[in-house]
Design a protein around this ligand. Structure first.
Ligand SMILES: [Zn+2]
Ligand SMILES: [Zn+2]
Length: 273
């Protein structure tokens, strides 16, 4: 049983097509309060969609005498105020945009949103263990028991794997430092303080890689030199006599190789001393 009041049917005649259209339009505008029905929405659904209820309205359908004569009253000749197109009488009196139709559209929207959410969550799968999160961000216990918000990113890690990854990086850095420390201790001492060329253990300046060939001092001594504006350290260049002597016997005096290397790196002309 259709809701609302019995419909009113208008049959217009005796005018050209434009005049008929205009007349139907004018009647429609004047009587809008009667036929428009009530626009309803579900606020908690958060959409612009809705449906019309016609319980308190009078449906108005219109046609022309010519169309009636041509196709009969059951033909698709009826135009319903508030709806586009011509319909058969029964179709014209039907209210297709009702609550049930709205519910169906809303169900489809929710299904789509759930699917999109699932698809999005899959892009946040952990790069290490593959775990797919249920939520984009979680509150986790971080360092010193403080709560930290962990937001998942595409190609990122879950909190557990993230922590393991951080620990591994720390461990690797520690191992790298220890290897560099051992290598530098065996390499050659700092020219100035005679300590390890890598610098004081555990100091901020300590080298994390093996000292390069051109390094003569540990980072601490080098920084001290800069602070005191002493200019670069210059080793005594090998003398001609020394260079000849080394051809026939083992080099004389300490750190011969460093002096030779240094002389190559800093040719006499560039020297301040
Ligand atoms: Zn993981
Ligand atoms: Zn030093």
């Amino acid at each position: 049983m259709r809701a609302g009041y019995p419909p009113v049917a208008l049959v217009v005649a005796d005018a050209g097509p434009t005049a008929l259209t205009n007349r139907q339009q004018a009647i429609g505008d004047l009587s809008a309060g009667c036929w428009r029905g009530q626009w309803c929405k579900v606020v908690r659904d958060y959409n612009d969609d809705g449906w019309r209820e016609y319980d308190d309205s009078v449906p108005i359908v219109a046609t022309t005498l010519d169309l009636l004569a041509e196709r009969g009253p059951m033909g698709p000749v009826w135009w319903r105020y508030g709806r586009p197109g011509r319909h058969s009488l029964l179709d014209a009196l039907d209210d297709p945009n009702n609550r049930a139709a709205y519910n169906q559209r809303q169900k489809a929207r929710e299904k789509k949103a759930r699917q999109e959410h699932r698809d999005w969550m899959r892009t946040l799968a952990c790069a290490d263990c593959g775990q797919v999160p249920k939520e984009e961000s979680t509150w986790e216990y971080g360092p010193e028991g403080r709560q930290v918000e962990w937001a998942r990113r595409p190609g990122g890690r879950c909190w557990t794997c993230h922590q393991e990854h951080e620990e591994r990086l720390e461990r690797e850095a520690e191992e790298q430092l220890e290897a560099a420390r051992a290598a530098n201790a065996a390499l050659r001492p700092c020219w100035t303080c005679r300590g390890s060329i890598g610098g004081e253990e555990g100091s901020l300046l300590e080298l994390r890689q093996e000292a390069g060939l051109d390094r003569l001092e540990c980072p601490g001594c080098e920084q001290g030199r800069v602070a005191k504006d002493l200019g670069p350290l210059m080793l005594p260049s090998p003398t001609k006599r020394e260079l000849i002597a080394v051809l026939v016997s083992a080099p004389d005096g300490p750190r011969w190789e460093e002096r030779v290397l240094h002389a190559k790196l800093y040719p006499a002309k560039a020297r301040r001393v």
